[in-house]
Design a protein around this ligand. Structure first.
Ligand code: OOG
Ligand code: MG
Length: 257
């Protein structure tokens, strides 16, 4: 199985690197487990590190009902963020680097201390250096953006890019802030940060628990994305994407025309 997992890791890594779509892994390996999928994700990220990418954090996924409903998977998932995925605030991306990218509004935490295993909300908050509005660019490598739980986990939980706005003080209350996602200046999704498990810090608590299952910890200096607040919106050439989060500010990027 190990060599098989390595081969599947190569398939998802190539698909992400070359921006080409692939059939669902579960269509080739119907008995693929979620544990196998996290092993594939780790192996595919090892290939990125070997090419010089550096781990800068973690993304949580499917932490809101809107996201679960959009993709038809109702388990919390996570993925790994690398420096190559970060897009500068106000920067632009090229459509050609993605298969069928979408954008979603998120909250980002910057950590000043490690976190791992069972932690309380107070302990999680005490490890936070700053919070910021963020946009995640997700891009499933699977045909038609359709997948089962093991597929999406193996594909680094659709992670492909992220943009972080200005960092704010960590004592800012992020429990229930209004959120607007705009495409070309039009509101396309609205919501509240409370959509993230009732409070975004619960996503950070879950992140600490989930990485520990894989012998990892969240490190000081890492960024943790708490998960999409609303359903994601399709990106198109020339589109300007922006989110405004009440009290946190805004963050934006542009798709090249
Ligand atoms: C899976 C990734 C989910 C989130 O924030 O919920 C995610 C997907 O929607 O393709 O990033
Ligand atoms: Mg996301």
């Amino acid at each position: 199985m190990t060599s098989n997992l390595a081969r599947l890791a190569e398939i998802v890594d190539d698909a992400a690197r070359l921006a080409h779509e692939i059939p669902q892994l579960t269509s080739m390996v119907p008995d693929l487990t979620v544990d196998d999928a996290y092993a594939i994700q780790a192996l595919s990220l090892a290939r990125r590190y070997a090419r010089g990418e550096r781990r800068v954090g973690m993304k949580m996924g499917l932490t809101s009902r809107a996201k679960m409903a959009q993709v038809g998977v109702s388990e919390m998932i996570w993925g790994r963020l690398t420096d190559a995925m970060q897009v500068e605030e106000g920067g632009s991306i090229a459509m050609g680097r993605y298969v069928h990218p979408r954008v979603e509004p998120e909250v980002a935490f910057l950590l000043k201390a490690p976190l791992s295993g069972a932690v309380t909300q107070a302990q999680a908050l005490a490890a936070v250096e700053a919070v910021a509005p963020a946009l995640e660019i997700i891009d499933s490598r699977y045909k038609d953006f359709k997948f089962a739980l093991p597929d999406v986990v193996a594909d680094n939980s659709s992670s492909s890019g992220f943009v972080v706005g200005e960092w704010r003080r960590p004592d800012l209350d992020v429990a229930n802030l209004g959120v607007v996602l705009e495409a070309d200046g039009q509101a396309v999704q609205v919501g509240s940060t409370a959509a993230i498990l009732g409070h975004p810090v619960r996503s950070l608590v879950a992140a600490a628990r989930l990485v520990a299952q894989w012998g990892e910890r969240l490190e000081a200096g890492w960024i943790v994305l708490a998960g999409g607040i609303t359903a994601a919106h399709h990106l198109a050439p020339g589109m300007a994407a922006r989110t405004v989060i009440q009290g946190l500010g805004s963050v934006s990027f542009q798709v090249e025309g």
